[in-house]
Ligand binder design. Structure first.
Ligand code: GTB
Length: 217
């Protein structure tokens, strides 16, 4: 059964792979699962037909036979559970990889999203200049801690896992902020993720939505 995911018809990032369908595409590419993509306009995302799949009117969603999923983390977890390659077989290593999935989404992503939302939506507010350093300090705190834990390792817990996949996509949202560059090991970590062939295929596929040039094959 070929799953279908949803993605932006016109991504505000102009195909830089920052929208959350990227993590789902990457997971599917890592496990070698072909997939279809249904592109949605912003208005279609808010229609009842899409809200029946995604209660908050967002992308991505995942449809596979009778199964409909939303939340990118839940979708990546489902893919990792059903296919080899994204979670270790050893039960303890598997549990630790899942902990890193939650850490990416619950501990590291929120301050990054908060900062991004402020930069996008609050820039004209008189208090923006005072608020931004506070938001950036929160991001820096998390990056310091993550950098300390990663140290000189390639991945967060031995082999590459769905935890790394999510963490790399979360850190990529700092693109252009110069905050990641304060931690060379985190920059190298993100670059290692981006160098994976599955990542490149996923990136090219979502960029093609923006350029209108689908990758060959
Ligand atoms: N928790 C949900 C999940 O993980 O699936 C969050 C899903 C979500 O935020 N989806 C966004 C969306 O549909 C797209 S990814 N937004 C439209 C809406 O809420 O009305 C967030 C995103 C959007 C754009 C960029 N960008 O252009 O850089 C980056 C990230």
């Amino acid at each position: 059964m070929i799953p279908t995911i949803t993605a932006f018809e016109r991504s505000p990032d102009r195909g830089r792979g920052l929208a959350r369908d990227m993590r789902v595409r990457w997971a599917l590419e890592e496990v070698g699962q072909p997939y279809n993509v249904r592109l949605l306009s912003f208005s279609a995302m808010k229609e009842p037909a899409h809200r029946a799949l995604q209660p908050f009117g967002q992308i991505p969603t995942y449809e596979e036979g009778d199964l409909v999923l939303f939340e990118s983390g839940a979708i990546v977890f489902h893919i990792a559970e059903r296919h080899a390659g994204l979670l270790p077989d050893d039960p303890n290593a598997r549990a630790r990889a899942i902990a890193w999935m939650f850490a990416a989404l619950n501990t590291v992503e929120p301050p990054i999203v908060e900062r991004g939302a402020a930069a996008l939506l609050e820039r004209d507010q008189p208090w923006y200049g005072e608020r931004l350093p506070l938001l950036e300090d929160r991001v820096r705190g998390r990056l310091d801690e993550l950098s300390d834990r990663l140290g000189g390792a390639d991945w967060l817990d031995d082999a590459f896992s769905a935890g790394d996949l999510l963490m790399v996509t979360v850190l990529r949202r700092l693109d252009g902020s110069r905050m990641l560059e304060e931690h060379p090991n985190l920059c190298a970590y993100v670059a290692r993720g981006e160098a994976r062939p599955a990542y490149k295929r996923a990136f090219d596929a979502q960029l093609a939505v923006f350029t209108g040039n689908p990758p060959p094959g």
